[in-house]
Design a protein around this ligand. Structure first.
Ligand code: ADP
Ligand code: MG
Length: 485
């Protein structure tokens, strides 16, 4: 398994196939990775046994088996499609967090069917055979649980998510009154689910009489096909229409599932027409979703807000806030290193912090920049590394500051030249794999402590001065993209 699979984030991959008992046996090799997974899983089971009530633990966790540890991917087997869905929607985050602590590395959890002949939920076509359903499901609440960490208080606001955050706050304060529907879109790991659930928490706290239903597109599909199969569509409709705030996460999951999309359309209209608040998230803008135009035009009637990848300053603020929440002490250089290494996915930033935290507490050591490089460098390759050469950094910086490259290398200590030189050193450190002494040599034979000092000065200035931070970020982007200033 390569770093790429980790870069895909912690999303669950719904497997197209079904694993049978014999395949399962084959995968249980006596290798070290499997043994450590097995030991970790036993400890995770113990922790879950303490946290969950007995019926939930016995029904869902006890039958779950570790299958394999494949790089960062942990494969767990569940005995039925229903169990797979149940464990995925309710316990995924907890299981992942516990496994990460036990294994001391970020993991990506995949659930797979073992000993099951049922088709897996890839389309909304009805399965041919009726599936036996555990009795617990009768009383199953419709809403998926909200993650207690996904609150407005824990959400760091920056330029990339400011609009989406403001709209979410407004909707949470006056549901059904301002933006309806609110449609939030953006790439994976950028905070869509966090913001959506923050709306749910806020309304739950302030207007507890309102019924809030949070559901993913996938779970909506699952509920609907189950209702169809069991001839309970009127019950399904009654339950779904009896809500005041409908939060539907990842509605791109409905693409290609015509019957579910049709049902979604009717549910949507029923709620919208009675003034209920609807919030939707998707990985694409409405016009890029291959859904029925009737539905798209309804989405476009409301407020559409995108979330972009966070800029350096916001990434730093997120790292600071997450480290503080975990009581982690991280030197500024380490924070800066992570913020420069992982630029497009906050979930990955969290994974990096978990890895560092686990390592530091297991080994009882301080986290330094070189330790962070060693632990994270293989997982996250900065997009720039292969293409940026050091000379180019000097040329672009000199051009942006209206100087010659020779000025950067020379002895002058005039203020403009010093700042430009420090920016060039900082960017060379961030964008290339050059060591501090090598960078020093490229600037007229300066000492490596001068380079380190330059990097710290620029990092501090970035944190304090927004315009300066934009300038540096912009320059880095230009250098990476190979554009001239
Ligand atoms: P998405 O739904 O867009 O894929 P999530 O909402 O699941 O992303 O966010 C991924 C992780 O990153 C979550 O743990 C979330 O708390 C965190 N996160 C995302 N954006 C922010 C932010 N602005 N401030 C703090 N944490 C964030
Ligand atoms: Mg999400």
């Amino acid at each position: 398994m390569t770093a790429l699979s980790f870069l895909l984030g912690h999303t669950i991959i719904i497997l197209q196939g079904t694993i049978h008992m014999s395949d399962w046996q084959l995968q249980l090799g006596e290798d070290d990775a499997y043994r450590s997974l097995q030991a970790a899983w036993e400890r995770v089971m113990k922790a879950l046994e303490e946290r969950l009530n007995k019926p939930s633990f016995e029904s869902w966790i006890r039958p779950t088996r570790p299958l394999a540890l494949d790089g960062p991917v942990v494969r767990l087997g569940t005995p039925s499609r229903f169990a797979k869905h149940y464990v995925e929607t309710r316990y995924l985050d907890t299981i992942r967090e516990l496994l990460e602590l036990e294994l001391g590395q970020p993991v990506h959890v995949q659930f797979e069917l073992v000993e099951a002949n049922e088709p897996v939920l890839m389309t909304d076509r009805l399965p041919r055979k009726p599936v036996q359903r555990p009795p617990e499901d009768e009383d199953e609440p419709l809403s998926q649980p909200l993650n207690s960490r996904y609150t407005f208080e824990n959400f760091v606001v920056g330029a990339s998510n400011r609009l989406a955050h403001a709209c979410a706050v407004s909707v949470a304060e006056t549901p059904g009154k301002t933006y309806n529907p609110l449609f939030i879109y953006g790439g994976s790991g950028l905070g869509k689910t966090h913001l959506m659930q923050a709306i749910g928490h806020h309304i739950g706290d302030n207007e507890p009489h309102l019924r809030v239903l949070y559901v993913s597109g996938e779970t909506f599909t699952y509920h609907y096909i189950t209702a169809l199969r069991e001839h309970k569509t009127s019950q399904f409709r009654r339950k779904y229409r009896d809500v005041d705030v409908w939060l539907v996460d990842d509605i791109h999951f409905l693409v290609g599932k015509e019957r579910t999309e049709e049902e979604f359309f009717h549910t949507y209209n029923a709620l919208y027409d009675t003034g209920k608040q609807i919030v939707l998230t998707s990985d694409r803008a409405p016009k890029e979703l291959d859904l029925d135009n009737r539905l798209l035009s309804r989405f476009e009637c409301g407020m559409i807000a995108d979330i972009k990848p966070p800029d350096l300053e916001t990434r730093l603020a997120i790292i600071q806030s997450k480290a503080a929440n975990e009581n982690m002490t991280l030197p500024y250089e380490v924070m800066l290193y992570i913020a420069s290494l992982i630029t497009t996915n906050i979930r990955q930033i969290e994974g990096a912090l978990i890895k560092l935290h686990a390592y530091a507490s297991l080994m009882r050591t301080q986290i330094t920049e070189s330790l962070a490089q060693e632990l994270l460098g293989n997982y996250f390759t900065p997009p720039s590394q292969a293409i940026v050469d050091a000379q180019k950094v000097q040329q672009q910086v000199a051009r942006r500051f209206n100087l010659d490259v020779e000025d950067l290398k020379g002895p002058s200590r005039t203020k403009d030249i010093v700042v430009a030189r420090q920016v060039a050193m900082y960017l060379m450190r961030q964008l290339t794999d050059w060591s501090l002494p090598a960078i020093g040599r490229a600037f007229g034979g300066r000492d490596h402590t001068t380079v380190l000092h330059a990097c710290k000065c620029i990092a501090a200035k970035i944190a304090l001065d927004k315009a300066f931070s934009n300038l540096v970020e912009d320059l880095a982007k230009e250098i990476r993209d190979g554009r001239n200033c």
